[in-house]
Design a protein around this ligand. Structure first.
Ligand SMILES: O=C(CO)[C@H](O)[C@H](O)COP(=O)(O)O
Length: 223
């Protein structure tokens, strides 16, 4: 099975988490990236079961609309049962590193609103210790150098993702050489640096379920 086939399999499995709409509005939170794109394709097949979606990026919003799925402003949504998104890494505690596509802040906001976060990954994303994938940190442009210096004090090696601007008009520092032993604490510590918008650690609100595509099929992992 190729990596793409594993991504497609988990995306299709995630559709099972969409509850049919009963007497209330049913809005699905949708992540960003190649695995999330497979999920959007799978969602399009069951459009009749929900009212619309909240997108975690402009790219996702465009793809949802292209599939005929209505995109809602998060401010107009008071309740969301499920958020489905990929990840760059996950560990056995269902802590995640996300933001390879630069959409981490909106992803974290939509995940925060959802009752359940279903993370869809292929087996290459499973790690013993987070941090081999450079940890993205979204920063306000004028704070870039200051935040980079503060990250160096935390033993990280920040690299400016030059030329990339987030959907929020900010910049990304990718932090290399972090062996993340205390994900929750580091997530908070990075967020406390003035000028940081958010960082790609999803530990204080990690995934509730990870669906992992393997060559033998989809594994469901919960705590
Ligand atoms: O966090 C993300 C985007 O900001 C993605 O979920 C993450 O990068 C995984 O992407 P892919 O599904 O393409 O491997």
């Amino acid at each position: 099975m190729t990596q793409d086939e594993m991504k497609k399999a988990v995306a299709e499995a995630a559709v099972e988490y969409i509850k049919p709409k009963l007497n209330k509005e049913s809005i699905v939170g949708v992540g960003t990236g190649s695995t999330a794109n497979f999920f959007i394709d799978a969602l399009a097949e069951i459009k009749h079961m929900f009212d619309g979606a909240v997108a975690s990026s402009e790219a996702t919003a465009e793809r949802l609309r292209a599939q005929g799925i209505e995109v809602f402003d998060l401010n107009a949504v008071s309740e969301m049962d499920v958020y489905v998104d990929g990840a760059d890494e996950f560990d056995s505690g269902l802590n995640l590193v996300k933001g390879g596509g630069g959409a981490l802040t909106r992803e974290k906001i939509v995940a925060a609103v959802a009752k359940e976060f279903v993370c869809i990954v292929d087996s290459t994303k499973k790690v013993g210790v987070l941090g081999a994938f450079p940890l993205p940190v979204e920063v306000i442009p004028m704070a870039r150098s200051y935040v980079a210096r503060e990250i160096v004090k935390l033993d990280g090696m920040p690299e400016w993702r030059e030329g990339f601007v987030t959907d929020n008009g900010n910049l990304i520092l990718d932090v290399h050489d972090m062996e993340i032993m205390h994900a929750k604490a580091l997530e908070t510590q990075l967020n406390n640096i003035v000028g940081v918008v958010t960082n790609g650690l999803f530990a204080n609100r990690g995934a509730d379920v990870v669906l992992m595509g393997t060559p033998d099929g989809v594994e469901t992992i919960t705590l």
